[in-house]
Design a protein around this ligand. Structure first.
Ligand SMILES: *[C@@H]1O[C@H](CO)[C@@H](O)[C@H](O)[C@H]1NC(C)=O
Ligand SMILES: *[C@@H]1O[C@H](CO)[C@@H](O)[C@H](O)[C@H]1NC(C)=O
Length: 596
């Protein structure tokens, strides 16, 4: 370490002759902290900025999520010219080629955003990035896709920076690029971009599903806000965007074969997603290494948009507590044959627009009180020889789910994985209705619910979204009552960081595909979506990628750096603590090392 720092000092001495310093503060890596010191005549040649100090001094060079394999980052920092970056090596595979091109455009843009507009003059070393992909034809991110990579950077004898990213496919290559991006920082003492000239990192994720669920029905979220969300996901190597696109409140999705749904269901003619918007979001997601998964939640959570059909019962029923868990109520009538034709059309439109590798059928919060209060449904059930007990309504629900799944499979291949939320149907006694080969269960109950171990014991693959840690809408004021909302308190990033899959699952279990943080938008729209999601979702990103055994305190200084990176993307991530704590790492009372 000492030897390498000396190399850096020599380099700084050379550099000093061509640029002056801004400000009176420098940072020094001492006892594992970046410490704030005044620049004196003695130290001005060797002074380094906080961002440079973090690269040299922070755990894993402040990378987020922390790589899981070898991490070697040299301490010689060199100036890099963002106007002289090139890439090669993806060969003739057109689609991977254009995906890499898109990822490179984001990369270049982010580097430029690091610098103030007035400081974008040329100068610095050329950076050449070579991709070596063994499966360049792979362009769909599935549950089996290898997302790991190996990144090396060396300086050539003629002074160019030679970066090589070896991966199975584009997605791994993109993750390597993201890591490289995090190792290029803006030095605000010398006002230039710098990076280590010697890097060797191998890395791959612990879990294949690192997700974020966003509701765009309670309140509309603009296409730009969604694309920003995908960009922020990319920066934390989150890879699954679960789009809860419709609900009983509004229907902004454009189903070309059922145009009334949007016509009647969107809040305004502008608050919609056209097929072009969906294509734009899906394509942006790919470039960000993110699969976009559509959810059509049914048979509950339907209402607006279906006014011209007789498929929905209990719509806007009052008092709502008797018919649903949140107003406005609305539930499909599973006894209507026409319903399944409509669903097939809707699924077909979603499949065409999203080209998904996985589909979400919702299935949460079905309210038997609604079906039980509908005379025609009760009569239909009687004609089947059924009664009106819970078991009978489960049979009705099973009828819906079976018929709906058949229609989905008519529009896809029959082995497309389907996700359902936990519900009465996923409780032990009724589980037989759902095949473990067809369904993945998304858990939204508490992390200590025995249903989780039951699902795992029965061989179901699960995605964990326990609301006591991963619901990002918790902790605000109520809207159906006064006081705070139902899942208060607010879940801080520390709580999210401590919510480990192995703990929730009662041990490491391959059936746990990963986790998903969820944002329900009753009290959020495009104006505030960034601060609700970020930087908290990034905390889960590291939990799922790195599977850290440490707690949040050890991750804190890197988390603060990651929050700054997200801000740099133009995403309004919330502040976690006074900036003072970032500058006086060793003295800040929230600091993990200080408190140990
Ligand atoms: C740069 O890296 C590539 C890929 O690893 C390698 O083939 C090439 O020889 C390197 N160039 C130099 C000048 O070291
Ligand atoms: C449905 O309503 C009937 C008549 O009120 C009642 O006896 C039955 O318990 C209800 N079923 C359920 C599952 O609540």
């Amino acid at each position: 370490m000492k030897h390498q720092l000396t190399k850096y000092l020599l380099f700084v001495l050379l550099l000093k002759t061509i640029s002056g310093l801004t400000g009176v503060w420098r940072w020094e890596c001492e006892e594992g902290y970046c410490q704030k010191k005044e620049i004196t005549p003695d130290t001005q040649d060797t002074a380094i900025s906080l961002s440079a100090c973090r690269l040299l001094c922070s755990d894993a060079s402040a990378l987020w999520p922390k790589p899981t394999g070898e991490i070697h980052v040299g301490t010689t920092l060199v100036k890099v010219n963002p106007n002289s970056i090139s890439h090669s090596g993806v060969g003739s595979e057109k689609r991977s080629h254009s995906l890499i091109g898109g990822a490179m455009t984001r990369f270049n843009k982010q580097l430029n955003e690091l610098r103030p507009k007035t400081k974008r003059a040329d100068g610095g070393k050329t950076l050449e990035i070579t991709y070596i992909l063994s499966d360049p034809g792979l362009t769909d991110l599935t549950l089996e896709t290898e997302e790991g990579y190996a990144l090396t950077v060396v300086e050539t004898s003629d002074g160019r920076l030679n970066a090589t990213i070896v991966a199975d496919n584009f997605y791994g290559g993109r993750n390597g690029l993201e890591t490289l991006n995090q190792l290029i920082v803006y030095d605000d003492l010398r006002e230039e971009l710098i990076m280590p000239n010697d890097i060797s990192i191998t890395d791959k994720p612990a879990y294949p599903w690192r997700g974020l669920a966003l509701d765009t029905s309670r309140n509309y979220i603009t296409v730009d806000a969604i694309k920003n969300t995908l960009s922020a996901m990319a920066s934390s190597k989150l890879n699954s965007f679960h789009w809860h696109i419709t609900d009983s409140h509004s229907f902004p999705f454009t189903a070309q074969s059922l145009p009334d749904l949007r016509e009647y269901g969107a809040y305004t003619p502008k608050k919609i997603y056209t097929p072009e918007d969906v294509a734009d979001i899906v394509a942006h997601g790919r470039e960000c290494g993110v699969r976009v998964i559509p959810e059509f939640d049914a048979p509950a959570h339907v209402g607006e948009g279906w006014q011209n059909t007789d498929y929905v019962v209990c719509f806007k029923a009052a008092p709502w507590q008797d018919y649903c868990v949140e107003p406005p109520c609305g539930q499909f009538d599973p006894t209507k044959d026409g319903l399944y034709d409509a669903l097939e059309s809707l699924y077909g439109d979603m499949i065409k627009q999203f080209q998904p590798t996985i589909f979400h059928m919702g299935g949460d919060e079905v309210h038997f009180g609604c079906w039980n209060s509908t005379a025609s449904i009760v009569e239909w059930m009687q004609n089947q020889g059924w009664g009106r007990s819970e078991e009978d309504f489960i049979k009705l629900w099973d009828h819906f789910q079976t018929e709906a799944l058949k229609r989905l499979y008519k529009q896809t291949s029959s082995n497309i994985p389907v996700i359902l939320w936990t519900s009465t149907l996923t409780e032990g006694e009724y589980l037989e209705h759902l095949s473990k080969d067809q369904y993945i269960i998304q858990i939204w109950t508490t992390g200590s619910d025995p249903q989780i171990s039951n699902l795992l014991a029965n061989g179901y693959r699960v995605i964990i979204s326990n609301y006591d840690a991963l619901y990002l809408d918790c902790g605000f004021s109520g809207w159906v009552t006064d006081g705070n909302n139902w899942c208060s308190p607010y879940k801080g990033w520390q709580k999210i960081y401590e919510n480990k899959p192995a703990t929730v699952a009662g041990g490491k279990n391959d059936l746990v595909l990963g986790m998903e943080a969820a944002l329900w938008t009753e009290q959020v729209d495009s104006a505030s979506v960034d601060t609700r999601l970020w930087p908290r979702a990034a905390a889960m990103g590291e939990v799922l990628w790195s599977e850290p055994s440490n707690g949040w305190r050890e991750a804190e200084s890197r988390m603060l750096v990651q929050r700054e990176r997200i801000i740099n993307l133009g995403v309004n991530a919330d502040a976690l603590e006074p900036e003072w704590c970032r500058q006086y790492e060793e003295s800040c009372p929230t600091n993990g090392k200080f408190n140990k």
